[in-house]
Every structure is written in structure tokens, then in C-alpha cells.
Design a protein around this ligand. Structure first.
Ligand code: AMP
Length: 200
């Protein structure tokens, strides 16, 4: 166990991202930068508990940078998603609903990276929960490599067509720089991350 993993984390970030790596190396790079930033700033990663794709990369780089890693995986997906047994805390839960509930509860803020249908669902769920007032935790979407351009355009189209309000759209921070986005989310959640935790 690393030196920081045994300390209470400064904050807890839930990362939603692909169980695949995507075609551009930019996706793997951003996943590694997110994990690294969380570890470097004394944080805790909460994620889906697998070893595949960007999910595995975030967990690996967070752990290497000294973060506590909390993995939460439904028992039926353990083989498919290649459970990361090296998590600081691994929770094997009964179903997807339990996983998502626990991930949301254990986090101070949410960040979605490029991903597929699972990532979309998790991101939209915490966004809808936020606009309904079920939680007030900050949410960010990392538009790496323009991956979410279509989604952002569609959300703006929805505002224009009167199905989404500007206020609802403003509940999500959109950005491309992981370190900047993480800093903003952690501060919006009411935490001041130590500048370079691992060097203290
Ligand atoms: P993906 O973005 O499709 O690669 O999936 C990323 C993660 O989201 C995986 O760990 C999936 O198990 C998870 N996930 C959460 N909810 C769902 C859902 N309703 N359908 C598919 N995957 C889901």
C-alpha cells in the first residue's frame, strides 16, 4: 500500500468512463492524467471496479500516484469487466442499481470521460438527479478530442427547442483539460486540494 492510501482522502471523485480504450491515444492519456491528478492531490477515486479500457487505466494511474481506489462492481459483471482485486476497497454488489447508488454516495463530485452506453447512462443519471435536487454535487464532462461535440451540440439544440433550460445545462461543466476540470470540481464541492499532496 502506498504512503497516502492509508490516510483519510482529501476528497472523493467518481469517474465514469469507457470499459474500452477508444481508437485515439488521447483517451488513454486523459484517463491516466485524471488518475494521476487524484493521487497527486491526496484524493480518492470511486469507480466501477473493472480493469478494462479507460476504467482500468484510471484506477491503475490513481493507485500508482497514491490514491485510495474504491471499486464497486455488480457480481454478475465480475468476469466480463475483469475485476480489479487490487482496489483499496472493492465492493461486489448485487446489481447495477446498487453499484450506481453506492458510487454516487461515496463521491464528492463526478467526472465523465469518453465512454460508451454505460458511461452515458451514469452521466445522465447524476445530471438528472442533480436537476431534481437528489444531490448537489458538481458534475463535469471531459470533451477529450472533441468526443462529446455531438452531445454538447444536441444539449444546446434541446435548449433552443425548449426542452432543456439554460439552468439545467449549466449544472454540468464542460472542458477539455483534466487538471483544470478536476480542480474546479473539487473546489465547487467545497474542498481545497493540497497543491502537491505527494510531496508534503
Ligand atoms: P461503457 O461506457 O459502455 O464502456 O461502460 C462503462 C461502465 O458503465 C461499465 O462498467 C458498465 O458496466 C457501466 N454501466 C452502468 N450502467 C450501465 C448500463 N445501464 N448499461 C451498460 N453499462 C452500464
Amino acid at each position: 500500500m502506498s504512503s497516502t492510501a492509508s490516510k483519510a482522502p482529501a476528497f472523493s471523485i467518481c469517474v465514469y468512463c469507457g470499459s474500452r480504450s477508444g481508437v485515439s491515444p488521447a483517451y488513454a492519456e486523459v484517463a491516466q492524467r485524471v488518475g494521476q491528478w487524484i493521487g497527486d492531490h491526496g484524493g480518492q477515486l470511486v469507480y466501477g471496479g473493472g480493469n478494462n479500457g479507460l476504467m482500468g487505466l484510471v484506477a491503475q494511474s490513481a493507485a500508482q500516484a497514491g490514491a485510495r481506489v474504491v471499486g464497486i462492481i455488480p457480481k454478475a459483471l465480475q468476469t466480463l469487466e475483469n475485476t480489479r482485486h487490487a482496489c483499496t476497497e472493492l465492493h461486489v454488489v448485487d446489481n447495477m442499481h446498487e453499484r450506481k447508488r453506492m458510487m454516487a454516495e461515496r463521491a464528492d463530485a463526478f467526472i465523465a470521460l469518453p465512454g460508451g452506453i454505460g458511461t452515458f447512462e451514469e452521466f445522465f443519471e447524476v445530471w438528472t438527479w442533480r436537476q431534481l435536487g437528489y444531490h448537489d454535487k458538481p458534475i463535469g464532462l471531459l470533451n477529450t478530442n472533441g468526443y462529446y461535440n455531438g452531445l454538447i451540440d444536441f444539449a444546446q439544440h434541446s435548449v433552443g427547442q425548449g426542452f432543456l433550460s439554460e439552468k439545467q445545462l449549466d449544472l454540468v461543466r464542460f472542458g477539455t483539460e483534466p487538471e483544470e476540470m478536476l480542480q474546479a470540481l473539487v473546489q465547487a464541492a467545497g474542498f481545497v486540494p493540497p497543491a502537491e499532496f505527494k510531496n508534503i
